[in-house]
Design a protein. Sequence first.
Length: 151
Amino acid sequence: MNNSNLISTLTANKLMRSTEEVLAFDDALNKLAKNTHGVDLEELHLILDDNCLQQEVMWGLLHILESFDAREQLQALLNVIEKLVISAPEWTEVIHYRIFNDEPTRLLYQEMLKSVDLNTQQIVTNILDAMLGAGRDACSTRVYLSCTSLK
């Protein structure tokens, strides 16, 4: 099965409402993990969905996303963030927590944010402001510093 078909399978089963959907999703994810060459990272990000009934299986997708070159993965994230923040706001926040807990990735992301359009910067600023408001962990200081560099 080629990567396009695997992504279609992941998309069709992303809510994981039944055992069959979970198995189909997990099987496609495992196959994709073995051959990520030519994968459309934007499509892969958009598979994330907060309505998924098996969040622990969806973590596998996040791990695959993080296995790509950081610049490519972050660019894909920025390209789809306007859609992702609507379909998967919780996963979008999780991704940002993970970015901000890894210094090299955080610094790269901050650099990349300077060159994106104002709408994308505003979306990311809103995500970071929400994370700051939650104040859940030590990541808050790094988030705050990033917010102030965008304003």
